[in-house]
Ligand binder design. Sequence first.
Ligand code: SF4
Length: 287
Amino acid sequence: MHETYAKSILSQKNGINVYRGCTHGCIYCDSRSEVYGMPHAFDDVEVKINAPELLKSALNRRKSPCMVGMGSMSDPYNPIEAELRLTRKTLEAVYDCRCGITLITKSARVLDDLDLLSKINARSKCVIQMTVTTADDELCRKIEPNVSVTSERAEALYRLKEAGIPTVVWFCPILPFINDTEENTLGVLDICEKASVKGVVYFGAGLTLRDGNREYFYKQLDLSFPSLKEKYIKTYGKRYVVSSPYAARLDELFYSLCKKSGIMCDNGRIFAYLSEYEGYGKQLSVF
Ligand code: SF4
């Protein structure tokens, strides 16, 4: 890892990434794509050490509080977070500025900040987004090797539920010939139902591949799924959108399960919910 001083931190849509790059090693990671122009190796995580102060001053310049979104390009609970606590300090800035937070992670380490997330939720709004691509821990170790396995993520979702913190699951990507099975869809949706998640983000049964992430993905296929790379090349060539041959059936199953469980599955509605700041003073209004 290496440290930098960022010049600005908050995007136009109130998004923030305190780390750039990631060591979780997901084989399909889109953030590796060349289009993002990362000037350093992806696994050499850039640490924006002044992120909390920058965020605080950006939020203080705003006319009103808002929802802050964390982790669109890098997991806020990279292993280095255990030592640096930069995400935590950033959450403290969010709390001090009376804003809400939504963050996306694959790590059960999010529970290290349960106290603070609960405080933000009690006063304004906190929604944790967790990616769950497979119900099978063994497969999870192959496709997302350096982060909590699914059963640990599920436990984290259950703990968040107990703490009254709403959650959203990202059920994507679906990798053709790897996790594109009915059994997997049933397993992931079962976790979502048990965790009473608010919504599941789903982009259909497939993934996207482009320069940068395609090469990495293929390299990892060779290591963990012998002969699958050749099948991908033959089936998809250099296509950007790589859909499962079972997409129609899996999509139908996914939407019918969500409907049955009352889980929100319209991505537009979910994103609107995530970005909606619902006001400050929930806790105060109790008294
Ligand atoms: S956690 Fe996210 S950013 Fe990190 S490797 Fe996986 S997909 Fe990429």
